[in-house]
Design a protein. Structure first.
Length: 379
């Protein structure tokens, strides 16, 4: 899209310069003989008797010159003047083009210049100036987001490294207790063993988050598409979440027609939906329901995932799709992950030519995913 936009601007500028030059040439070609004709008519009608009275030789000399110029040689005079004028116009056009190139070269260097707040170009290049300023703003935004993302990643690594100590200390502590107290009652031993196992699971989750962070920067998603039954795919995902939802007394309901099909990568799409559903489960109230609604209209599949939980502030709705962003600022690591789930989901959905957005109000949050039924045409 950007390439097409650039070509359109370049073509428009080229046609504008060419049109301006052509109009001037046409006007010049038409006006030169007209002016010469008018001058000849004026001269032919002038009274030169005063010159004859002043100097008869000079009079006859001027008459001969005028007759020669405006009779036999006038047809040679007009093309010569035309050629000279066209050369002058062509030189001016080249000079104008070179000045544009110089201005554009200077402007491109200003895109990354932080001391320049706004790029200015001549009026003829106004559209290009607007485009360059948009690129400058986008570049500055991307740089800012990259720095914020890197800072969040560094902070998260520090947080996770700190949080690793808590379950690890518990695991070591309870294992030492079991080792040093062989005569503990069976009920107490089972209790300590269960606590140790829970802490070990949490330790495993934190380690997986470290690997997820390390792997994200090298992620290169390649889609392997096939026809999918969305209801069947969603049902498989819901079954995997049953232990988690059952523990928190939550319920997931799917509202999807059995015949809705899409052409997508099953593994990647499953991962994207898994991440969004997992987020909905993690941030929903206990004893509530997560609703998944699927529809297909005009070849566009819409998937909405709604949960009941604390309202997400409007200023954070876009940020939740950024990598390493975690909504739970209090670092409640039992609920929040590495902040990669929704970022990866967005990348996968985007690769399917789709979109993912979120809205939240009155303790109801809805993630809306749209993908084309045939995200890329297939035989």
């Amino acid at each position: 899209m950007k390439l097409n936009n650039n070509n359109a601007i370049e073509n428009k500028l080229f046609h504008k310069i060419l049109k301006n030059f052509t109009i001037k040439i046409i006007i010049y070609i038409v006006t030169v003989p007209l002016i010469i004709f008018i001058i000849s008519e004026i001269i032919s009608r002038m009274d030169f008797n005063w010159l004859y009275r002043l100097n008869s030789n000079l009079y006859y000399t001027c008459i001969n010159i005028f007759d020669m110029l405006f009779s036999g040689y006038i047809f040679l005079l007009i093309p010569v003047i035309w050629i000279i004028g066209i050369i002058v116009f062509f030189r001016k056009m080249l000079k104008k083009i070179f000045s544009y190139i110089s201005e554009l070269s200077k402007a491109t260097n200003q895109i990354l210049d932080k001391d320049v707040s706004y790029i200015q170009l001549p009026p003829e290049l106004e559209e290009i100036a607007i485009h360059l300023n948009q690129l400058k703003q986008e570049s500055e935004k991307n740089e800012r987001l990259a720095k914020e993302s890197e800072q969040r990643k560094n902070d998260l690594i520090v947080y996770l490294a700190h949080d690793l100590k808590t379950p690890l200390t518990s695991v070591i502590g309870y294992l030492e207790l079991l080792k040093e107290s062989p005569d503990l009652p069976l009920e107490q031993r089972v209790k300590y063993t269960n606590i140790t196992l829970d802490k070990a699971y949490r330790l495993e989750e934190l380690m997986n988050e470290f690997f997820e962070i390390a792997r994200f920067n090298d992620i290169n998603i390649v889609l392997m598409k096939q026809n999918l039954n969305l209801k069947f795919l969603l049902q498989q995902l819901i079954d995997e979440f049953y232990p988690l939802t059952n523990e928190q007394n939550k319920n997931i309901e799917i509202h999807c027609n059995d015949t809705i099909m899409c052409y997508a990568d099953p593994d990647k799409l499953s991962r994207a939906l898994n991440n969004v559903i997992k987020n909905a489960i993690s941030y929903s109230f206990e004893n509530t329901s997560i609703d998944i609604d699927v529809s297909n209209e005009n070849g566009l599949i819409s998937i909405s995932i709604t949960n009941h939980g604390y309202t997400i502030p409007k200023d954070k709705l876009d940020s939740i799709f950024e990598k390493f962003y975690r909504l739970d600022d209090s670092r409640n690591t039992n609920k929040g992950g590495a902040g990669l789930g929704l970022a990866i989901a967005k990348e996968i959905i985007t690769l399917h030519n789709g979109t993912i957005t979120a809205e939240s109000f009155n303790d109801i949050t809805t993630f809306m995913i749209t993908i084309p039924e045939n995200s890329f045409n297939h035989p």
